[in-house]
Design a protein around this ligand. Structure first.
Ligand code: C2E
Ligand code: MG
Ligand code: MG
Length: 630
């Protein structure tokens, strides 16, 4: 018989037939086999259970009434076993056995086939239940898949939730860290901003802040404001004498005193070093800048107690009475500097209010400074030589080299017009080194030309307002400068003030020069701040009596008494004296009477240019005559 119920899955289904009746078994076996099924059989319940340990049929045909284990018992066991519980069971039972049918269904059977078998019915029920079983399996499988998908989704969702929470925590932590960092940054920025705008020593606003503030004021055309530019006089000395800690404390106290004197209405800034700037409201109709400046200077003069020292300082103030006429803070500051500079140059501890005249003077000075710079670069200088004579033998013993500036527009400029500026700006060092070199060259030329007496010397003035200038003398290549000359042919003149201010370090330099054999002169003696007790410490061979004393020389005058004292002192210290500025016969005779060693002055000879000196020397020396003033 052909397979009239083709299997929808196209696989061969296995039918397990359990019946103790061999006839039934054979009939069913044959029918099912012919219908294309794979058929397995068992002849009783135990046989069935044993075989089901090894096979998994697609459907079981189970006879109810069997010896030992009946179909119900076998079915119950199937249901208990997870491997077999899903296999559809169709009971084989007698046609009218309703009770058994109900019991079988209650035990989990899917259907009944009544005996005797109707072949078509058997096959159609089998096929139906195979299909149902297949569908059930498919459904179960789908269900399982769905369940596992749902479970996976739930797991994924749970993971997602956890991840989300972790992320949120992370974000929270990061946000916290970030806000802390921002806070820190803000406080650092504030600190930096404060530091950028304040002077940390005095806590006053600094130059940057002041300049910015000033520029804003100028842009808003603040009409009635004045500027005071204040500089402490000789503050460096406080640092040098008492140390930087005391210096710093003094600056702090000065800042406090400025604040307490001027109150909140003034903006006070420390510009650096000992420089302060004050911007304050000023109404010309009501306020007096003179009173204000005088009060401020008086307040600053009051002593400061720092550690166990009691210190006093002076200040100088440059004032601009109205800032309204300025557009740029830089121009204003330049003018304030001009006023300050003016007052410092006049007298320390004073103030000056800027006037157009002051401004013009300052501009002139600035111009001179620029010209001087170029003058040095272009060597626009020359030396004039003033003869110095022995007052005893009346013979020429040497010259003082005196510098002149051959200005391209202004002609010959005397040293007092530019040396102070050169000293202030530090340019003097180059000028003086040039003068030493040029004077030595000139002496060499005259010595070679006229076979001059080797004792003839040239005295060169050397500025010692700063110790650094003096120290430069140690760096000079003296053997090159003095070639063909002996060291005695050169004298260095240093003012009395320079001597005292140079202190110990200066003495060391002067001793170095003395060891080189170069003689030293104390210039302008009597005008400086001599401490007579220290005079003997200096390795100088000559003292120059200042012109101011020589001019006051008259019989029985105070000038005479002073000159006598100086000369006695000089000779007691084994030094020689040179009197400067001898203008009259009387002065000359008095000095000779006092045993003054040497002299120079217009009465004997004015300073002469090189050509004139050469001419004078040539007049005397061919005949080998000694040059004297008689
Ligand atoms: P000093 O060293 O005291 O020089 C003497 C000054 O007195 C010279 O002025 C000289 O011309 C002047 N003099 C001489 N005899 C008489 C006189 O009988 N009557 C009057 N009224 N004056 C007399 P000078 O040349 O104008 O120099 C002025 C000052 O400039 C010098 O004073 C010196 O301190 C300084 N100086 C000159 N040359 C140099 C230099 O090369 N370097 C430095 N650093 N300073 C110099
Ligand atoms: Mg001199
Ligand atoms: Mg002099």
């Amino acid at each position: 018989m052909s397979n009239i119920f083709p299997n929808p899955t196209m696989t061969v289904n296995t039918i397990f037939v359990v019946d103790d009746n061999p006839v039934n078994l054979k009939v069913l076996f044959t029918l099912l086999k012919e219908s294309g099924f794979k058929v397995l059989v068992a002849t009783d319940g135990e046989d069935a259970l044993e075989k089901l340990k090894h096979i998994t049929p697609d459907l079981i045909l189970l006879d109810i009434s069997m010896p030992k284990l009946d179909g119900f018992e076998v079915c119950t066991r199937f249901q208990e076993n997870p491997n077999t519980q899903d296999i559809p069971v169709i009971f084989l039972t007698a046609l009218n056995d309703l009770d058994n049918k109900l019991k079988g269904l209650a035990l989990g059977a899917v259907d009944f086939i009544s005996k005797p078998f109707q072949k078509q019915e058997v096959l159609s029920r089998i096929c139906l239940h195979l299909k149902l079983s297949q569908l059930q399996k498919t459904l179960k499988h789908r269900n399982q898949r769905l369940q596992s998908e749902v479970a996976a989704r739930e797991t994924a969702e749970a993971e997602l939730v956890e991840l989300n929470q972790k992320l949120e925590q992370r974000v929270k932590k990061r946000t916290q860290a970030l806000s802390q960092a921002i806070q820190k940054l803000e406080s650092q920025t504030q600190k930096l901003h404060y530091q950028a705008n304040h002077d940390l020593l005095t806590t006053l606003p600094n130059r940057a802040y002041f300049m910015e503030f000033l520029q804003e004021m100028l842009e808003t055309k603040a009409e009635t404001w004045a500027i005071l530019w204040l500089d402490l006089d000789d503050f460096k000395k406080v640092n040098d004498s008492f140390g930087h800690i005391v210096g710093d404390q003094l600056l702090q106290k000065v800042a406090q005193r400025l604040q307490s004197s001027l109150g909140d209405r003034a903006i006070i800034a420390r510009l650096g070093g000992d420089e302060f700037a004050i911007l304050l409201p000023y109404n010309p109709a009501v306020d007096s800048l003179d009173d204000l400046a005088q009060n401020l200077l008086a307040r600053l003069k009051e002593p400061f107690t720092i550690q166990h020292y009691i210190l006093t300082v002076n200040a100088s103030i440059g004032i601009i009475s109205s800032i309204a006429s300025y557009q740029k803070s830089a121009c204003l500051l330049k003018d304030a500097d001009c006023a300050l500079h003016h007052t410092k140059a006049q007298n320390k501890g004073q103030y000056a209010i800027l006037t157009p005249c002051l401004k013009a003077q300052f501009a002139e000075r600035q111009q001179l400074e620029t010209d001087l710079y170029w003058g040095i670069e272009r060597e626009e200088f020359c030396l004039h030589y003033q003869p110095i004579f022995s007052l005893d033998t009346q013979q020429l013993i040497g010259f003082e080299a005196l510098i002149r500036w051959q200005h391209p527009d202004k002609g010959l400029i005397p040293p007092n017009k530019f040396i102070p500026l050169a000293e202030e700006t530090g340019m003097v060092q180059k000028i003086d080194l040039w003068a030493i070199q040029t004077a030595c060259q000139q002496m060499r030329a005259w010595k070679n030309l006229f076979q001059l007496n080797s004792n003839l010397s040239v005295s060169v003035n050397y500025s010692s307002v700063k110790i650094q200038f003096l120290e430069e003398l140690q760096n000079i290549n003296w053997s090159e400068i003095l070639q063909d000359l002996s060291p005695q042919n050169l004298k260095i003149e240093i003012t009395e003030r320079g001597y005292w201010e140079a202190g110990q370090a200066g003495t060391a330099v002067l001793e170095f020069l003395a060891n080189c054999g170069i003689e030293l002169c104390i210039d302008d003696f009597g005008t400086g701040f001599s401490s007579l007790s220290r005079l003997h410490e200096f390795p100088a061979q000559f003292i120059k009596i200042d012109r101011s004393f020589v001019q006051r020389l008259a019989p029985n005058s105070k000038g005479l008494a002073i000159a006598k004292t100086i000369l006695n002192l000089t000779h007691d210290l084994n030094m020689k004296a040179i009197a400067e500025g001898i203008e009259t016969q009387e002065q000359l005779e008095i000095l000779q009477g006092l045993n003054c060693d040497c002299g120079q002055g217009y009465f004997l000879s004015k300073p002469l240019d090189v050509a004139t000196v050469t001419q004078v020397l040539s007049t005397y020396f061919p005949a080998n005559q000694k040059l004297n003033y008689a």
